[in-house]
Design a protein around this ligand. Structure first.
Ligand code: S3P
Length: 188
């Protein structure tokens, strides 16, 4: 049997997970800049591939096609790249295969925002998030808490309430540097 190659912790991709609109893309871009790494936003990659926004992909091709595409793209990136900062769409991590590969090959950060703070963002994001459309606030709240089960499988949780993206990105970078130094001190 061929043993899987163990990726040095300093080279592992960093994956950001969390509910829609918590700031994964903005924070991911900042983390990438601070660490001089490339940033990849899965939704943006899918939009580029299909040359249409996610809302239109959902409408014209259906959610299951979108889910298949995001799953395949994430698995490919986790298996074949290193040193990237990757922001996942909020629903991607509900797929078991995605969770498995991310936890095996990458460092997963859960961006945790409270329901009360998140609810204020709803009007700003609803038009571009098909999953939120045609739902009552109560249904969205149920989805918000239901998804926490999947998000609870992570390497590190960052509470983002009342914090600006710059501070959150700095927190992520600091926490990474601590674990890099613990698990792979410089020179090893
Ligand atoms: C989705 C989240 C979106 C996008 C799509 C579906 C979800 O990404 O992938 O609209 O099911 O949570 P963001 O988390 O970046 O909003």
């Amino acid at each position: 049997m061929i043993e899987p190659v163990e990726i040095p912790i300093r080279e592992k991709n960093i994956v950001l997970i969390g509910f829609m609109g918590v700031g994964k893309t903005t924070i991911g871009q900042l983390v990438a800049k601070k660490l001089y790494r490339d940033f990849i936003d899965i939704d943006e990659q899918i939009e580029k591939m299909y040359k249409m926004p996610v809302t239109q992909i959902f409408k014209e091709l259906g959610e299951s096609k979108f889910r298949k595409m995001e799953r395949e793209m994430i698995i490919d990136l986790c298996k074949n790249t290193r040193l990237k900062i990757i922001s996942l769409g909020g629903g991607a991590y509900l797929q078991e295969e995605v969770r498995k590969i991310c936890l095996e090959k990458c460092i997963v950060f859960f961006l945790d925002l409270s329901w009360d703070s998140w609810r204020d963002r709803l009007p700003l994001i609803i038009d571009s998030r098909p999953v939120l459309q045609n739902k009552t606030v109560e249904e969205i709240e149920e989805l918000f808490f239901k998804r926490r089960d999947a998000y609870s499988l992570h390497n590190s949780k960052i509470s983002t309430n009342d914090l600006d993206p710059e501070t959150i990105a700095n927190d992520i970078v600091e926490s990474l540097k601590i674990s890099w130094d613990i698990y792979q001190p410089h020179g090893e």
